[in-house]
Design a protein around this ligand. Structure first.
Ligand code: HEC
Length: 103
């Protein structure tokens, strides 16, 4: 096992996401896996979202991406999510949307 994979596995484990996610993730998904950990702080993990927060795991990748772009561009007003989305490039948002759709 690679060291980076072990590192991601360790981080994901601390957030009670499945370590299998990191082990199955192909290399381009690794960065998205890291980004998804920051999302989980508010949104929760798969099947584990707080009742007051929109669930983002397992939705359609294109729908997640479109929401993120609408939030990023303020087309869809938000309290915090627009600022978070503006912290990432469109490609990074696409990768994290793809990741979240799978897990
Ligand atoms: C600080 C807490 C916080 C973090 C961290 C966070 N979000 Fe959000 N997110 C929110 C809130 C709150 C909303 C509701 C919109 C608003 O008012 O900002 C939201 C809305 C969303 C939505 C729209 C969901 C829907 O169905 O309406 C998506 C998609 C989303 N977040 C994805 C992400 C992704 C991807 C990340 C990680 C890059 C992330 N969020 C990180 C708080 C957070």
């Amino acid at each position: 096992m690679h060291r980076p994979t072990m590192f991601v596995t360790a981080i994901i484990s601390t957030l009670s996401l499945s370590p299998a996610m990191a082990q199955q993730a192909p290399q381009p998904m690794m960065e998205a896996a890291f980004v998804a950990q920051t999302c989980a702080v508010c949104h929760g993990g798969p099947g584990n979202n707080p009742p007051t927060m929109p669930a983002i795991h397992g939705a359609d990748a294109k729908a997640i991406y479109d929401s993120l772009i609408d939030l990023k561009t303020n087309k869809r007003p938000s309290t915090i999510m627009g600022r978070i989305a503006r912290g990432y490039s469109d490609d990074q948002l696409k990768a994290v949307a793809e990741y979240l759709s799978r897990y």
